[in-house]
Design a binder for this molecule. Sequence first.
Ligand code: ADP
Length: 447
Amino acid sequence: MIKKVLIANRGEIALRIIRACKELNLRTVAVHSTVDSNAMHVRLANESVCIGPPSASKSYLNIAAILSAAEVSGADAIHPGYGFLSENAKFAEIVNEHGLIFIGPKSEHISEMGDKVSARTAMQKLGIPLVPGSDGAIKDLKELKKVAKEVGFPILIKAASGGGGKGMKVAERPADLEEAWNLARSEAKSGFGDDTVYLERYLANPRHIEFQLFADSYGNVVHFGERDCSLQRRHQKVLEEAPSPALKKEERDNISKIIVKAVKKLGYLGAGTFEMLYENGEFFFIEMNTRIQVEHPITEMITGFDLVKEQINVASGKKLSIKQKDINIKGHSIECRINSEDPNTFIPNAGTINNYHTPGGLGIRIDSALYSGYKVPPNYDSLISKLIVYGKNREEAILKLKIALEEYVIDGIDTTLSLHDKIIREEKFITGDYDIRWLENFLDIND
Ligand code: ADP
């Protein structure tokens, strides 16, 4: 039984987890760096422990400090949120070794899926369709040239340990291979401390469609449908919607069945996301995320279930409280990621929020840790708010989003609010006829 949860994170996701814990009548412990002493997650948790200086490597990534915070506060479980230590298999293992519950999957699955080469191998064995590519890691340039020729150009060299859209290089033709190989490996080495790379065909105009899965420790597995995350900049998600405007019910049903079967076979536990590329009616696996996703609220809005509460339930050894037949997709939801960035140059900025006003009304949800007078520190990810809307259909959701974006006031720092306002007025967005390349092309034209 879990009684007290330590949240090894900050910002909006820490608040999200605190709220779920309160509903489950669990006590909460916030951890924070010195620059986050006045942060909202610290104010809303029952207790808080300072775990180090502003630099994430010395605080939110500091395993020893987090474990001692758990010990002094008497927490019996740790929720890692997303980012930071959430996909660190070693952390999950150490948490368990200390007799605490890690609210997430088993460390073996975090580790298997964290390495994209081993994830591809595992998925292939489980019958999940992959993007055509190399069978494993690419050893040298000679092998790269050989496999690239077999797979067909253009190709994408990807870092096995990659994340956040980094460590990926395209080679349009054979002459580009050497440069792409060198660049991808050095970016992978400096970004992830591992220069292992593999190869995939670079799909021309796919959509990014991901499926939300959930499993308990009794072999029960359910899926919550898909999210369309094709609106991206530099391979990073900007705006997400659910359900996907591109998918037919039979397509969703067919691929979900295959994925549920695979997750059962894997013996997976907790929340997981299958990220797929979808092109010309076909799905191709790209990666599995073994944590709660930033964009999970849109799934909650169209299904009516609280995914974080369910994470806590299955981690504490309970059976999934939801059956597949109870999960009905209803209406439409859209999420805008609001970043503290210049909306034209995307350069992050920090500073004090001197005026803050949130939109409201039926179907409007804000997941954010901002407040008037809050000082956004320069040390962390630039995501400062998620504006989520729900409508009975896509048209209504877009209308509500338009009104909410007009109402939302975040003064004092630059944000990407105006970028979203621009996107949702575009014909391609309104018709839902966009792919992963559309947003970047649109931004280039409007430079
Ligand atoms: P990361 O873990 O860094 O986020 P992913 O493998 O999830 O990397 O890919 C991120 C994004 O990069 C995808 O959503 C898609 O836009 C693009 N991408 C990845 N693989 C391919 C591919 N084979 N062809 C075309 N685009 C790709």
